[in-house]
Design a binder for this molecule. Structure first.
Ligand SMILES: NC(=O)c1ccc[n+]([C@@H]2O[C@H](COP(=O)([O-])OP(=O)(O)OC[C@H]3O[C@@H](n4cnc5c(N)ncnc54)[C@H](OP(=O)(O)O)[C@@H]3O)[C@@H](O)[C@H]2O)c1
Length: 406
């Protein structure tokens, strides 16, 4: 009997959090058909790349967003059956934190370049693009979350290539696309200064605290564990949420592209940190987790000195403290400004308003129009919960997500 051909799955951002989670999921629970994973990196000899190679991943060098070298992408995408792509805005942003628009432009350019090169791959059946909603359009120009909008402009590019005549050698990615809206990582609390709770700063003794620039009741979309991204991608590749769901939900005969809202819920900042405290601080009292949490940070007290008793459990141990927006920005610089804008966008737009599809009115026209949910929209938004339920799986909830950090 002839063996099945190997499907090549290319992961852009393979050494990062999302790409890494996708690879972990595919290696730990391989699909029923044989696959080969190919990862993209700028540094094949880095420890992260070498670790992937040792697990059987083929790592291919591509210079990334800092060049328009498309031949590396042509080589990396050759023969691909599926491509998962995420772009990183932060490394570029850290070069010039005063002006996020420059990093956003580079991110957008790179995302468009990835999509364009993918459209030339005649073996391709899935293009999975990690993106975010367009804050500027959804808020009528009030908020511009740069790390959202560059990604969303790539969505526009993919749609534009579908609607306009495409070049003779490319195909429309619109028929292959799954857009993933990825929520806020739980692990941000472990390593990002503005999100990481610190012990005993600016608050009464015996508490962790975190500064936020908005009301702690502000709600936002949580991804939780990065494994949720892996589950989403594996489900898409297994065909879940694909043709059958698409047909059930189609109201017109037009092709509908899929967005999957990859999240484990909509929580207030207070609820989120209380959930963190309930899992992580409890385990810290048992002698695990907190050492990790406090590695190299400037917390004033070590947990042992702080004498948190076993009985003193979360959420009493966490304070989510609103501080003035200017003070926040002073503390956390350009990154703080970007996070503040994102929180203000969520605060003003709410769950329904902030995670919707919106497209420019016409492809040459930057005029604002929100057509999410409109009768003639050409996309469908699915929840990760529904997509995984079809596979008999569940989204990893907050508790499980924070357990990974403990
Ligand atoms: N933190 C959150 O809560 C959150 C939530 C949703 C979305 N996001 C988005 O996630 C994106 C980052 O993804 P991640 O968290 O998976 O990444 P990550 O863990 O920060 O790793 C960055 C990845 O991107 C690659 N990379 C970095 N700069 C690059 C460049 N100039 N050109 C090409 N590749 C480059 C790196 O590859 P090499 O170094 O190996 O080349 C690495 O694989 C950001 O754009 C962010 O907006 C974050």
């Amino acid at each position: 009997m002839a063996s099945q051909p190997c499907r090549i799955i290319v992961v852009v951002g393979a050494t990062g959090a999302q790409g890494g989670a996708v690879i972990d999921t595919l290696l730990n629970s391989p699909p029923s058909v044989p696959i080969r994973i190919r990862g993209l990196t700028r540094y094949v000899s880095s420890p992260a790349s070498q670790a992937l190679i040792s697990r059987g991943v083929e790592m291919v060098a591509a210079k990334g967003s800092l060049t328009d070298d498309t031949s590396a992408l042509t080589h990396a995408f050759k023969g691909a059956w599926a491509i998962f792509a995420v772009t990183d805005i932060w490394e570029q942003f850290s070069r010039n934190p005063c002006d996020a628009s420059d990093a956003r432009e580079k991110e957008e350019q790179y995302g468009c370049m990835l999509a364009t090169q993918a459209s030339y791959v005649d073996t391709l059946e899935h293009f999975i693009w990690s993106t975010e909603p367009n804050s500027q359009r959804l808020s009528g120009g009030k908020h511009i979350v740069q790390h959202f909008d560059g990604k969303s402009k790539v969505d526009d590019h993919i749609r534009a290539c579908h609607s306009k005549s495409v070049s003779h050698r490319s195909k429309s990615l619109f028929h292959l696309i799954t857009f993933l809206w990825v929520g806020f990582y739980a692990k941000n609390l472990q390593h990002l200064p503005m999100w990481k709770p610190l012990f005993n700063i600016g608050t009464e003794s015996g508490k962790y605290s975190v500064n936020v620039p908005v009301d702690p009741e502000t709600r936002f979309v949580s991804l939780g564990s990065l494994r949720n991204v892996g589950l989403a991608v594996a489900a898409v590749l297994a065909g879940e949420g694909s043709k059958s769901l698409r047909c059930e939900m189609c109201t017109t005969s037009r092709h509908q592209a899929r967005y999957i809202a990859v999240n484990n819920g909509f929580f207030s900042l207070r609820e989120y940190y209380e959930a963190w405290a309930a899992v992580v601080l409890k385990s810290s009292c048992n002698g695990t987790g907190i050492e990790t949490l406090h590695q190299n940070d400037d917390a004033h007290l070590e947990p042992e000195d702080a004498s948190l008793s076993q009985e003193q459990t979360a959420p009493a141990n966490i304070e989510v403290r609103q501080i003035d927006a200017a003070e926040y920005e002073q503390l956390y610089g350009g990154f703080g400004r970007e996070m503040r804008t994102m929180l203000e966008f969520w605060r003003d737009m709410g769950e329904q308003g902030s995670w919707r599809v919106s497209y420019a009115k016409s492809l040459d026209d930057e005029a604002e129009e929100d057509d999410g949910g409109a009768s003639d929209c050409d996309c469908v938004v699915l929840s990760l919960q529904d997509v995984l339920a079809a596979k008999g799986q569940q989204v990893l909830d907050l508790k499980e997500s924070f357990r990974e950090l403990a």
